[in-house]
Design a protein around this ligand. Structure first.
Ligand SMILES: *Cc1c(COP(=O)(O)O)cnc(C)c1O
Length: 380
């Protein structure tokens, strides 16, 4: 089956008991046991729930993975992956990352004596040169947040595997429609399903996908033991979102290409980050390893915070808000929002300056979006 078909059917067989075409919301905490230890595969909803199970099967299938596990948030899924490590282990993390991942490593895992090094995502060599005897995991996003850099997953996986290190890729920005890291050699895929996968800005969730059975068992054990599972209703919402993932991603991309081209010619904008622009440093690699460029754009406005504030307050359709990947267009200010958990120095090192704006292009009409940007930039 191809992607669009799997999005609608994988893990989503009609309900055996009633014939319901849509997987029901099994809003129950517990399940009847006919006798001690004799049940239909479900005992307690933290451990397993049929609605969540359908979601896990669907996500695994879209990523071309064998096993999927759903979590209560992207951060909870990330926590699960880092929790599988031991005190004293070392991880290498691509330096252009979601602020919350950085905060989790710096403020939570470092306390547990996890050694963390940040590699410059612009070169594979920087990952390679940081490998030590205790390195267990390489973690990266691609496209990265917020600068939309592209990292060669295939090459990074050979660097990792040469040293018997696992590679985890946070695939949130691309979504499995545009990129399947497991097929490129990654061992673990992580998602904030809050974003494109759910797609409607109405649920928080996360997922881990892998082909490695032993690793799956370990994370599944952790999922139940630590307990950061998604609610049943939220699982259903994410599953519902998945059905339209393909059509939404195509629409996000069509609009993003149109706006990125427009913005890259605008005199009030000094720089546009979008891997789908031919002039972008990531273009050739993105074309090779992805099936599309996605719907995220970052721009640098000429000027600073004052100009950005004027721009934001003049927008009528784009909403100033954190998050991304929903049907509505959002705009955000990474230095004070998604990446506020980094210090000024950390942000500067990553080129997250006070004129950087991140845009999550929605699926509204692209001419309306362009006109909105046009009039707001005129006001700057
Ligand atoms: C949002 C996000 C996360 C965290 O996910 P939550 O669902 O907000 O916990 C992790 N990685 C990336 C790339 C994100 O955009």
């Amino acid at each position: 089956m191809r992607f669009e078909t799997k999005a609608i059917h994988a893990g989503q067989d009609p309900d055996a008991a009633t014939g319901a075409v849509i997987v029901p919301v099994y809003q129950t905490s517990t399940f009847l046991q006919e006798a001690i230890g004799r049940h239909k595969g479900y005992e307690y909803s933290r451990t397993a729930n049929p609605t969540r199970r359908a979601l896990e099967a669907a996500i695994a299938s879209l990523e071309e993975g064998r096993y999927g596990l759903a979590f209560s948030s992207g951060v909870a899924a990330t926590t699960a992956v880092f929790s599988a490590l031991q005190t004293g282990d070392h991880v290498i993390v691509g330096d252009d990352i979601y602020g919350g991942t950085f905060r989790l490593l710096e403020k939570v895992f470092k306390k547990w004596v996890l050694a963390v090094s940040y590699a410059d995502v612009d070169t594979l060599h920087s990952f390679n040169s940081l490998i030590r005897k205790k390195t267990r995991l390489i973690w990266s996003e691609t496209p990265t947040n917020p600068l939309l850099k592209i990292i060669d997953i295939k090459k990074l996986s050979s660097v990792a595997h040469r040293h018997k290190v696992k590679l985890a890729v946070d695939n949130t920005f691309a979504s499995p429609y545009f990129q399947k890291p497991l097929l490129l050699g990654a061992d673990i895929v992580v998602h904030s399903t809050t974003k494109y996968i759910a797609g409607h800005s109405d649920a928080i969730g996360g997922a881990v996908v892998t082909n490695d059975e032993e690793y799956y068992r370990e994370i599944k054990f952790y999922q139940n033991a630590a307990g950061a599972v998604p609610g049943i209703w939220d699982s259903w919402l994410v599953l519902r979102g998945i059905k339209t993932l393909a059509v939404r991603m195509r629409a996000h991309q069509e609009n993003a290409v149109c706006l990125a081209r427009y913005l890259s010619r605008h005199p009030k904008i000094s720089r546009v980050y979008y891997p789908g622009l031919r002039a972008s440093p990531g273009y050739a690699l993105a074309k090779k390893q992805m099936q599309g460029f996605g719907g995220m754009i970052s721009i640098e406005l000429k000027g600073g915070r004052r100009e950005v504030e004027k721009f934001f307050s003049s927008l009528k359709i784009f909403l100033l808000a954190e998050s991304l990947g929903g049907v509505e267009s959002l705009i955000c200010y990474p230095s004070q929002m998604t990446h506020a958990s980094m210090t000024y120095k950390e942000r500067l090192k990553r080129r997250i300056r006070d004129n950087l704006v991140r845009i999550s292009v929605g699926i509204e009409n692209k001419f309306d979006l362009k006109r909105d940007l046009q009039q707001a930039l005129l006001a700057v």
